[in-house]
Write a protein that binds this ligand. Structure first.
Ligand code: V47
Length: 386
């Protein structure tokens, strides 16, 4: 009875929002109204319309449109995963200006985890019921091709049930360089070792103007996209990110999303888009953390613009729990997971407390009046908590 009441209540909330958004669009004038009408009709926005939303629409307008789309796609469900992030080393040859995590080999903060330590962390997650490990780190000058392969292989050997989401396009590009193998050959080697999916890191911002300043040495936008294209063709699902809130313009944010949207039209292999808010402490680029309003507008506009993406992730590590919770009513339908340990954004100043249990994430989602769904890496539901 209680559950039935709950479902009717949520269904009511869903329908009320749909009607309110239709009324809101009717009351709006000019181009913003025609953009709203396009959203209601399920039509795709142009580059210019995406940019216009950033410059001219207020948060409540984009949030309403985004949530309208989100509820059509995902109903009242919001996803989380019981997972662990493992950052096996912070030694990195690239030294990107926005990054506070990567250091040189001689830096006193440099570390490299031993395989046993990595396996111990996977085991802890496994015992907690976790079925995903997300592996991303630096690119040490002395690591060989086998180092990357064997981490995946050993995890899969010890924990066959664990889904391994490992190595960004940046690591895969590097693996191709040091081995002389094509992207396809590298990806096949990784898949044979047990790789299941590729995380979205390393996209930063595709604009060549900004990339030259913030990440001059790492793989270019075209290389990132080509690696994801190749993975999709091999049936390996991937995620996509965008680092925003540093030097990029609104036009460059939409350009970034447009390139992802084009690739998604071609392959359909992206599972989720994750806007990552830039944190400025402890790196060469510096600057200021952008506002929460900008965070929420970026999430909402990405939900509206990326009509061929099923999911938008509000990554609580970069947003903070409260903003991530609000984002679940402004277009996002996923908050990532328990994570356990995270060093990349924590080195750059985020204060998001770690060590969240599954119960805490369920509570966070319920606080947003959404139905928590524990998922696996591929968005297959594991359990629903009405
Ligand atoms: O690529 C680095 C970002 C990314 C900073 O695929 C920073 O499900 C903010 O990609 N401020 C790595 N961000 C993390 C990542 C990710 C996270 C969660 C889920 C998934 C997924 C992927 O972190 C890097 C970079 O864009 N990053 N430095 C910084 N100062």
């Amino acid at each position: 009875m209680n559950i039935l009441f709950h479902i009717i209540h949520l269904r009511g909330l869903y329908l009320i929002l749909m009607l309110e958004v239709e009324k809101l669009v009717e009351k709006t004038e000019g181009t913003l109204r025609s953009i709203g009408e396009k959203v209601l009709e399920g039509k795709r926005l142009s580059f210019e319309e995406g940019v216009k939303l950033f410059y001219e629409a207020d948060l409540s307008y984009v949030a309403s449109l985004a949530e309208y789309i989100n509820r059509k796609k995902n109903g009242m469900f919001a996803y989380f995963v019981v997972n662990a992030q493992i950052n096996p080393t912070n030694i990195c040859i690239y030294q990107c200006n926005f990054c506070s995590f990567g250091v040189t080999k001689s830096d006193p903060k440099a570390y490299e985890m031993k395989l046993e330590e990595i396996l111990r962390k996977v085991e802890e997650t496994y015992k907690m019921g976790g079925r995903e490990v997300h592996i991303v780190g630096g690119i040490p000058p002395h690591w060989e091709y086998e180092n990357y392969i064997s981490i995946v292989k050993e995890i899969k050997k010890a924990f066959p049930e664990v889904i391994v989401k490992a190595w960004t396009a940046i690591e895969i590009h590097h693996m191709s360089k040091i081995s002389g193998k094509s992207y396809e050959e590298v990806l096949l080697d990784l898949r044979n070792a047990g790789l299941d999916a590729i995380p979205g890191g390393g996209a930063e911002i595709f604009s060549e103007r900004v990339r030259k300043i913030i990440a001059p040495y790492k793989a270019k936008a075209e290389e990132y996209l080509e690696i994801h294209r190749t993975a999709h063709k091999l049936g390996i699902p991937t995620n996509a990110t965008m680092l925003y809130g540093h030097l990029e313009t609104f036009e460059e944010r939409i350009e970034h999303m447009e390139r992802l949207r084009e690739l998604q039209d071609e392959t359909g292999g992206f599972q989720v888009f994750i806007p990552l808010a830039y944190w400025p402490e402890g790196n060469k680029l510096g600057g200021k953390r952008t506002s929460s309003v900008d965070d929420l507008k970026t999430i909402a506009i990405s939900r509206i613009f990326l009509d061929n993406f099923d999911h938008i992730k509000a990554y609580w590590i970069t947003l903070g729990e409260k903003v991530a919770q609000v984002a679940l009513n402004m277009g996002a339908d996923d908050i990532d997971g328990t994570i356990v340990e995270e060093k990349i954004v924590h080195s750059a100043g985020t204060k998001s407390a770690l060590g969240h249990t599954k119960d805490k994430l369920i509570k966070l989602i319920r606080g947003a009046e959404k139905i928590p769904v524990e998922r696996d890496t591929f968005y297959r539901p594991i359990a629903i908590y009405p």
